[in-house]
Design a protein around this ligand. Structure first.
Ligand SMILES: Cc1cc2nc3c(=O)[nH]c(=O)nc-3n(C[C@H](O)[C@H](O)[C@H](O)COP(=O)(O)OP(=O)(O)OC[C@H]3O[C@@H](n4cnc5c(N)ncnc54)[C@H](O)[C@@H]3O)c2cc1C
Length: 385
């Protein structure tokens, strides 16, 4: 029995590693000629590190990135709250986040795989009762028993199956700019990840190994060229911290942000995982992590069924366990996170600050809060579904 995987992002590569380690024949088909090194997600949550540890990948991420033990909420005037992942000591082997560019994980995972084909774009697929046939680059055909569509937000696999991605797209796009300027030297007591509420223009700061990443919303009426211009990035960074001299910009990216979940995660012998199945805003660092959780959940079930250790019905649990997480948990929390940072209403602001104060009041309350923030709660809630 063999499994085909479309897409060598973190989700396709994680699923492939689980399957290969279980002795299952797996082929990963990647459209690009090599692993992309673009700047995308960079937050690894505690349960994701627990899962990736079996490949030695968590230790590598820690070496290549930064351990963030605390998360802060601030406004332009100063500090609102600080919460500590250390309260999760008994809940995870990694009571912290690691901040490291996602392409570095991809490199670690790809190095463990034998069957990874580059320049192999899945352009069509066809399935029957026994297996799935994919067309590569419009010509070559390849057959497998199962297919995992992990080909990202614009998935050809999902499109071919006609599965709608339900939800909405935010009018504003998000700008990410990286700079080697050390904000920790300029902003007292700044944590490695800090969210700044501001009804005019919220932002967050997150430190990876060599640079700080700053993320801002960009208004719908601003043009892409304007948003990405040196002048506009400089203006935004000077509002984060006014300094003499210009900021050095290491990278800049602008992207559209969605809150969408696929109507179904499976059609016959084809499964959807990661961005193919769900898209959300990055406030909370849950998108890639949720995708990696999908990958482990699905690949472990497939391995169990292929090896005859589990009945085929086991595969039905994948959607039951993972789709509610995207809908009820990740979507809800990331939308709330955005709302908290941008809200204008004084009463709403007071309620949010009171919620943070309650979370900081004692370790039990803080642990409850951090179980949600770290995504441990989402995995526990649906584990038996
Ligand atoms: C520009 C951008 C910036 C982002 N920034 C952030 C951020 O700052 N913070 C955050 O938390 N999240 C961010 N995200 C989201 C995060 O990167 C994703 O959640 C994560 O990459 C999902 O992993 P994935 O493996 O599902 O998909 P992807 O990482 O998109 O991987 C899909 C892979 O499939 C390949 N592929 C596509 N089509 C085909 C095909 N037909 N056949 C074969 N291969 C194919 C692609 O080349 C790619 O390698 C960003 C996303 C984008 C697009």
């Amino acid at each position: 029995m063999s499994v085909l995987i479309a897409g060598a992002g973190p989700v396709g590569l994680a699923a492939a590693n689980v399957l290969a380690d279980a002795g299952i024949a797996v082929s990963v088909l990647e459209a690009e000629p090599r692993l992309p090194e673009n700047l995308r997600a960079s937050t690894f949550q505690p349960p994701t590190l627990d899962l990736l540890a079996r490949f030695g990948a968590s230790a590598r991420l820690i070496e290549m990135g930064r351990v963030a033990r605390k998360v802060q909420y601030r406004d332009r005037a100063g500090w609102i709250a600080e919460l500590d992942f250390g309260v999760l000591q008994a809940d995870t082997q990694h009571p912290y986040r690691v901040q490291c560019e996602q392409y570095r994980l991809n490199q670690v995972l790809a190095a463990r795989l034998k069957a990874l084909r580059f320049g192999a774009e899945v352009t069509a697929l066809d399935q029957d009762a026994d297996g799935v046939t994919v067309t590569i680059n419009g010509g070559e055909k390849l057959r497998g028993d199962w297919l995992i569509g992990a080909d990202g937000g614009r998935s050809r696999v999902r499109e071919t199956l006609g599965i709608p991605l339900e939800g909405f797209t935010w009018p504003e796009r998000f700008l990410v700019a990286s700079t080697p300027f050390d904000f920790a030297q300029a902003i007292p007591r700044l944590a490695e990840v800090s969210y700044f509420a501001d009804p005019q223009e919220w932002f967050f700061l997150l430190r990876v190994r060599d640079v700080w990443r700053a993320m801002f919303p960009a208004r719908a009426e601003e043009t892409e060229a304007d948003i990405l211009s040196d002048a506009s990035i400089e203006r935004r960074l000077q509002r984060v911290h006014a300094k003499s001299g210009r900021y050095e910009i290491a990278h800049r990216t602008l992207y559209s942000v969605h809150q969408r979940v696929a109507q179904s995660y499976r059609r016959g012998r084809v499964f959807l995982a990661g961005d193919v199945a769900h898209l959300n805003n990055p406030l909370g660092g849950m998108g890639m992590n949720g995708g990696i959780h999908d990958a482990f959940n699905l690949a472990e079930k497939l391995a169990g069924v292929i090896r005859g250790e589990k009945p085929p019905e086991e595969l039905e649990r994948y959607e039951r366990q993972r789709r509610p997480v995207a809908l009820e948990y990740v979507n809800t929390i990331t939308i709330a996170n955005k709302r908290h940072l941008e809200m204008r209403d004084a009463e709403e602001q007071r309620r949010w600050r009171a919620e943070l104060s309650r979370a900081m009041a004692d370790r039990t309350a803080e642990r409850e809060y951090m179980l949600k923030l770290s995504m441990i709660a989402s995995l526990r809630k649906y584990a038996c579904a």
